[in-house]
Write a protein that binds this ligand. Structure first.
Ligand code: NAP
Length: 258
């Protein structure tokens, strides 16, 4: 830890003295679903660090908060991306094929709603859609952007999962969402085993119980703000390395039961 701190201090000093060095060395992060909620605050943190931020959103016309960050941090670019649109994922990956992407953050996610997830009254259209967004989307993103991650310094594919994806639950709820995050965990665990030999870290992070559009109308004492969640998630990402690859961590860096 101490030698990392000293190295960081050296790099910050070097960047102050040689701004050109900073431009050449700044890492890049790509975030899905970055127009609101946790993804927006993660984008803000990296932009403030001076990173190149590829902030993706389904509807670039509805990205006022991202545009406000971009005014102060022109190192943030907004790209259209729906993670269920595989042709668009391939096109965006091709656009960035020669650009190292240090961290790919699969953040976009949907819950599908409790009313659609009651056993006996399952809404199977919603079931498919939630898995398309929460499981297949991140998998396709990891495949498509692998060349850019491989050529980067940090080589991380980070997935925002959920404690709800833990099989160890003892009370029933939100079957569709839970099964999607459990499937995401298994998929990324497998991918981590394959990619470890390429030096790529695959991470699974649960961001806490967060007041966002994901939890409409909820204001419970254990809930945190998107800023608090994103700050903790980014701190976990900072420390996530190849030794941890394929582990399921919480927002405070604790190990979650599968
Ligand atoms: N909030 C919590 O308590 C909590 C807890 C555990 C895990 N999580 C996870 O944290 C992640 C972020 O959630 P949040 O709380 O920030 O939710 P949020 O405020 O509802 O934001 C969700 C984001 O995902 C985007 N999105 C949805 N479908 C998409 C698609 N097909 N393609 C691309 N983007 C899409 C949304 O874009 P639009 O604006 O276009 O809809 C939005 O930017 C999710 O993976 C969620 O499962 C959240």
């Amino acid at each position: 830890m101490l030698h990392r701190l000293i190295l960081n201090m050296f790099l910050v000093t070097a960047c102050l003295v040689f701004p050109a060095l900073q431009a050449a060395e700044n890492p890049t992060v790509l975030i899905t679903g970055s127009n609101r909620g946790i993804g927006l605050e993660i984008a803000r943190i990296y932009a403030e660090r001076g990173w190149t931020v590829i902030a993706t959103a389904r509807r670039p016309e509805a990205t006022d908060d991202l545009k406000a960050i971009r005014v102060k941090h022109p190192n943030l670019v907004i790209e259209q991306l729906d993670v269920t649109d595989h042709a668009r994922i391939d096109a965006l990956a091709a656009q960035y094929r020669d650009k190292p992407i240090d961290i790919l953050i699969n953040n976009a996610g949907i819950s599908g709603g409790h009313e659609n997830a009651k056993f006996g009254e399952m809404n199977y259209d919603v079931y498919y859609e939630v898995h398309r967004v929460n499981v297949i989307g991140p998998t396709k993103m990891a495949e498509a952007f692998l060349p850019s991650v491989v050529m980067s310094e940090q080589k991380k594919i980070i997935n925002i999962t959920s404690g709800q994806g833990s099989i160890a639950k003892t009370w029933g709820c939100c079957t569709i969402y839970r099964s999607s995050k459990a499937a995401l965990n298994m998929m990324m665990r497998n991918i981590s085993l394959e990619l470890k030999k390429k030096g790529i870290t695959v991470g699974l992070i649960s961001p806490g119980f967060v007041k966002t559009g994901f939890t409409p109308g909820l204001d419970l004492p254990m809930m945190i703000t998107p800023v608090e969640s994103a700050t903790k998630v980014v701190a976990v990402i900072d420390e996530y390395d190849l030794e941890d690859t394929g582990t399921f961590l919480g927002k405070d860096g604790q190990t979650w039961p599968w």
